[in-house]
Design a protein around this ligand. Structure first.
Ligand SMILES: N[C@@H](CCC(=O)N[C@@H](CS)C(=O)NCC(=O)O)C(=O)O
Length: 206
């Protein structure tokens, strides 16, 4: 039985899986594949993920890529009935929120972050960032409504659904997204971000 390998530097979307690994208390090796130095395009890495993206995992010979799929798999394998909801409907809702994060909020949060914090100042497009923030208004309202009824997305317990969405929204701070109109979502995001495993994963980014 070999140790779980998590491919991808912590400042990439591999952060999502590193956070989950810390929640689960897993013993893992973080293989530092970096996009900035072309590491994601090396033949040795393309053999793991032909898309040339991180994260990917090697779980004792089982290779998997796509951050949300990885997290749902690891949570189900190691924490069924706790971090991974097992009631049929709750399991489906954890897929729902994970897919929602990828399709409804990831792109605009990234666009705002790149144009407000990542690109060199003379290459930033303020209008694109503002338009992206505008696009987020409706989905953030949906999130705010969801966490007005319960502490977390599925119930009053933190699950992989919260982790997957909160990991995407970890970019909201550098993106300077105004959560003023979404106080419940802001509180929920804070609750998620203050978890010891989230802090430990952020430490890896320093
Ligand atoms: N949908 C994929 C996206 C992965 C992705 O785009 N990762 C970025 C890093 S955050 C990457 O590997 N970029 C390298 C490249 O495109 O060369 C997932 O969530 O796993």
């Amino acid at each position: 039985m070999s140790k779980l390998k998590i491919y991808g530097i912590p400042r990439s979307r591999a952060f999502r899986t590193l956070w989950l690994a810390k929640e689960l208390g897993l013993d893992y090796d973080n293989v530092m594949v970096d996009f900035a130095d072309g590491g994601t395009r090396q033949p040795s890495y393309l053999a793991i993920n032909p898309n040339g993206h991180v994260p990917a995992i090697d779980d004792n010979g089982f290779i998997l890529w796509e951050s949300m799929a990885i997290n749902l798999y690891l949570a189900k394998k190691h924490s069924a009935g706790a971090l991974y909801p097992t009631a049929l409907e709750d399991e489906a809702r954890s897929w729902q929120w994970s897919l929602w994060g990828m399709t409804e909020i990831e792109r605009p949060v990234l666009t705002a972050m790149f144009n407000r914090a990542v690109y060199p100042e003379d290459q930033r497009d303020d209008a694109a960032a503002d338009a992206a923030e505008k696009d987020l208004q409706h989905p953030l309202g949906v999130l705010d409504g969801a966490v007005s009824k319960t502490q977390y997305l599925i119930s009053d317990d933190f699950t992989v659904a919260d982790l997957n969405v909160a990991a995407i929204l970890s970019w909201a701070r550098p993106a300077r997204i105004d959560f003023g109109p979404f106080p419940k979502a802001a509180d929920w995001l804070q609750r998620c971000a203050l978890r010891p495993a989230a802090r430990a994963a952020r430490e890896l980014q320093r």
